[in-house]
Write a protein that binds this ligand. Sequence first.
Ligand SMILES: Nc1ncnc2c1ncn2[C@@H]1O[C@H](COP(=O)(O)OP(=O)(O)OP(=O)(O)O)[C@@H](O)[C@H]1O
Ligand SMILES: CC(=O)N[C@H]1[C@@H]2OC[C@@H](O2)[C@@H](O)[C@@H]1O[C@H](C)C(=O)O
Length: 351
Amino acid sequence: MRVIGLMSGTSLDGVDAAWLETDGEQVGAFGPALTIPYEPALRAVIRELLDLAPTLVADDPQLLAVSRRLTEVHADAVRALDAPYDLIGFHGQTILHEPQRRRTWQIGDAAWLAKTLGRPVAYDFRSADVAAGGEGAPLVPLFHSGLAAALPKPLAILNIGGVANVTYLGADGSIAACDTGPGNALLDDWVQQHTGQAFDADGRLAAEGKPDADMLRHWLSHSYFERELPKSLDRLSFHALLDNIRGMSASDGAATLAAFTAAAVAATRLPQRPQHWLITGGGRRNPAIMAALARTLAVPVNPVESVGWDGDFLEAQCFAYLAMRVKRGLPLSLPMTTGVPLPMQGGQIQP
Ligand SMILES: Nc1ncnc2c1ncn2[C@@H]1O[C@H](COP(=O)(O)OP(=O)(O)OP(=O)(O)O)[C@@H](O)[C@H]1O
Ligand SMILES: CC(=O)N[C@H]1[C@@H]2OC[C@@H](O2)[C@@H](O)[C@@H]1O[C@H](C)C(=O)O
């Protein structure tokens, strides 16, 4: 089928839309893809919702207004693709993720989207996993595994979005996954506070600073790094760390945060040492993060473009793939990817 995947990630930068031809097992063909950025005002109210989410009720009027507004941007993205399609995969915007309390919350109005576009919409990808005791994230590993079928293993695929997550693919066909730690979200917030910019473009600020080795050691003693795989994070899980560097210069803070993203990846205990790392997500454009990864992992580290994938749209493509799996009743997650007891179906379809 021809499926459009829609992803609004933890960076809150906008909606990614990507067209994919797939049966939910193999990827037939990639198609057009685009991003519609959120306007600063919408981005700011979504950011507020992340802080408010623990105390919000599902019918809160402000929440419903934001949910509708961001769904409209998703509809715009689908229309802008201007490509024929049969099904939509709509991730929505995560505003809260607390799998240990069996809660994960993605906002967005799937019924409205389906009605407006006149096509079925698969959504609510994470809640069945969390209800079964899983982490509810990451969900991208089955898609990575499908894409990487012919690549040499052991291989790691690292997405550096707001949060960073890794998929490990073993030579024996095994698969493992987790969120590794912060991706760009802390760095984005730091840069926003210090320069008013949304992110550290091309890692320029980080390049002017020096990572604080003592701070990195202290941060790596966080209990998250002791936990076995699989495990997942909320966007705000490591947020309090920003208090520790309040007195640092803007550039040293940026350098320390970029180094921490890489150090957290290196601290992740995978089943075996990957021979090769492929990097996707916006963080692959940050040379400070990429150089730190290459240094600490000491095996080839390349953007996913090196194997012909598009690192700006892999997640949107993933939710097209998963939409097809929802439709076919195929599992979205496995014990080794999210900690569910058995391979787990999920998602719902509107109408
Ligand atoms: N040229 C660049 N230089 C440095 N960083 C960049 C650049 N372009 C993008 N980024 C970083 O990538 C981020 C966006 O990444 P991406 O779109 O992969 O995140 P996301 O999909 O929202 O997150 P998640 O994967 O957690 O859901 C930006 O917020 C910024 O930090
Ligand atoms: C709860 C949630 O939305 N998690 C996201 C987030 O962004 C990156 C990382 O944390 C990952 O675990 C997940 O997204 C990707 C697409 C996933 O589920 O695979």
